[in-house]
Design a protein around this ligand. Sequence first.
Ligand code: 5GP
Length: 193
Amino acid sequence: MKELMERIENDGHVLGEGVLKVDSFVTHQVDPVLMEKIGKQFAACFADRQITKVVTIEASGIAPALFAAQHLGVPMVFARKSKSLTMNEELLTADVYSFTKQTTSTISISRKFLSAEDNVLIVDDFLANGQAAKGLIELCRQAGAHVDGIGIVIEKSFQDGRQLLEEMGLKVVSLARIDSLSDGKVTFLKEDA
Ligand code: 5GP
């Protein structure tokens, strides 16, 4: 997605340790116009797949997932990273190691929001080592739901996440694929859509 890559080039900041900061339009302040286009693109890529739910993880996955769900005409469910007091029903849970925070957290979704009838599109803001996506896949698996594919806003292709997901037989659609963040410079691979 050309517009997204231009935005990353103009407004993204490369931090050490292979981390890209995009807090002015994705991960803190959010550009709703760009996010809407991102969601529309995911919806177009999975339009013929009979998706019944879009699943993501709080917080930064919510914006692109919500717009994808709107364009697909289905609900969006986000996994919580901490248990809310109001979550008193049966939970699906999985442990996820966070690449950026370097801590493990237990993510959860109420069982009532995912079922064996669901065909799920997972959406997230970043794909690094694939641990967040793997945790979401695990929640879907516990519910008996089918994961149809993964939509990623920014893939860091120099990390292992895409390989991990493709080895699970999953279709991965990334709107920007970063080849390298070396020397403070972003270089891209050919994007999926
Ligand atoms: P993974 O689980 O694939 O290793 O990492 C994905 C998660 O880590 C994303 O949900 C995202 O929140 C965070 N993340 C990974 N790499 C980056 C990065 O370079 N920049 C930012 N802002 N977040 C990242």
